[in-house]
Design a protein around this ligand. Structure first.
Ligand SMILES: [Zn+2]
Length: 412
């Protein structure tokens, strides 16, 4: 008997749909941003499911949620598996939630098969992966792995001025009898199942992706300071037009990033002040999100971006702030091999795939052997209410996860 034999696809899908009730949007999507009332309810539901299975819940100062199945040798470092339950404001039912529900199904399948792993297994939901409310994301996995410190970020505020520390206290205050643990306990391995959020697996007709690594990301905020002036009277030569400078910068950065062709450049945020039709813009703020699997490409464009903003600022002043730098990474080869072998034994076609998006697995890979399993999603659509994955693919990914986690928890 293997754990995958006991994975129940109908139960998996039912729990995914159940979880999607918390923060449900009218269009069928999910708006369950980090540390909100919707997330508190979803978290309580997970704890309830876990307790029904005899799992013990734990949390920490970042409100990461762990549901623990004790192994035969409970003093050994555990295997962690999970993802996140927060969403973008225009999120779907699967991003993050799939990895957590698949992890819960994995533990239930192991129990239903009458098996006890050697190592303990913990289902985990990391806090604020998305970063839409408190930016940047990956808060829970960052704090757990020591990449960031809570004392430094607890006064970060959301758009309404709510401090991260207070939002965390709100979630932790709603917990009932959930013990706290310190950050950074030893972990034997981490495996995260996730929808691909891209079109490759669906196009190839392959249900299981063995994720080789995550492409590098650099994120910036660029603030251009000019001077407000009258649209009718201010001479063109004397203007300090922050918007025009910003537009020149963005056009030049777009050109620089046009090669190699698989470079991803996004300017997703743009604000100007005073944003009035007859006033020369005094301030412009924009974001840059730059990604490529090859670190050398990202580093070269970083140098170019810095040159461009200086060159195109004209009479304005400019501040460029890099807010994130995550180099490309490669996942542990032994974990990848275990995932591929489990898929092979189950007869599921699988292929290696590079992750274009960031995930909590990035942070975990710094502290323990880590891997990810991708399943296809329709048309590659994600961060969108239309997000969808076929139940057969969700089940296939979960069966591979169950055998992978079992193998990792049983081996030396
Ligand atoms: Zn996600």
């Amino acid at each position: 008997m293997r754990p995958s034999d006991r994975v129940d696809g109908a139960r998996l899908l039912a729990r995914l749909m159940d979880l999607a009730r918390f923060g449900a949007r009218e269009d069928g999507g999910v708006d369950r941003q980090a540390l909100t009332a919707g997330e508190i309810l979803a978290r309580a539901e997970l704890v309830r499911w876990g307790r029904e299975l005899g799992l013990r819940p734990y949390t920490d100062a970042a409100a990461n949620l762990f549901l623990r199945l004790d192994g035969a040798e409970p003093s050994l470092p555990p295997i962690l598996t999970g993802s996140h339950i927060d969403s973008q404001p225009t999120g779907g039912k699967f991003d993050g939630a799939y990895g957590v529900i698949a992890a819960l199904e994995t533990v239930q399948a192991i129990r239903d098969a009458g098996l006890q792993p050697r190592r303990s297994i913990e289902v985990v939901a990391w806090t604020n992966e998305e970063g839409s409310r408190f930016s940047p994301g990956m808060t829970g996995s960052d704090l757990f792995t020591g990449t960031r410190q809570l004392t430094i970020i607890e006064s970060d505020a959301d758009a309404a001025g709510v401090r991260l520390g207070d939002a965390l206290a709100g979630v932790l205050g709603a917990d009932v009898d959930i013990p706290h643990r310190p950050f950074q306990f030893e972990v034997a391995a981490f495996v995260e199942a996730h929808i691909e959020q891209g079109p490759l697996l669906e196009r190839a007709g392959i249900p299981v992706g063995v994720v080789t690594g995550i492409q590098g990301t650099r994120r910036y905020r660029v603030r251009v300071h000019g001077e407000p002036a009258h649209a009718g009277t201010a001479d063109r030569a004397e203007r300090k037009d922050a918007l025009m400078a910003a537009v020149r910068m963005i056009a030049a950065i777009d050109t620089a990033a046009s090669s190699p062709a698989d470079t991803k450049l996004t300017v997703g945020l743009f604000e100007i002040k005073p944003n009035a039709p007859s006033v020369v813009p005094a301030d412009a703020l924009f974001s840059i999100d730059l990604r490529h699997p090859d670190n050398a490409v990202v580093d070269r464009l970083d140098t170019e971006i810095r040159k461009i903003v200086e060159r195109e600022r004209g009479p304005c002043t400019v501040e460029l702030k890099q807010i994130q730098h995550s180099p490309s990474l490669t996942f542990d080869s032994a974990v990848r091999a275990t995932i591929a072998r489990c898929a092979q034994v189950l007869g599921f076609p699988h292929q290696d795939i590079h992750s274009a998006a960031g995930h909590d697995a990035r942070q975990l890979h710094y502290v323990c052997p880590t891997g990810m399993i991708f399943v296809p999603c329709r048309d590659g659509i994600s961060h969108n209410p239309a997000e969808w994955s076929e139940p057969d693919d969700l089940t296939a990914g979960t069966r591979v996860l169950a055998d992978t986690v079992w193998t990792l928890a049983s081996e030396a």
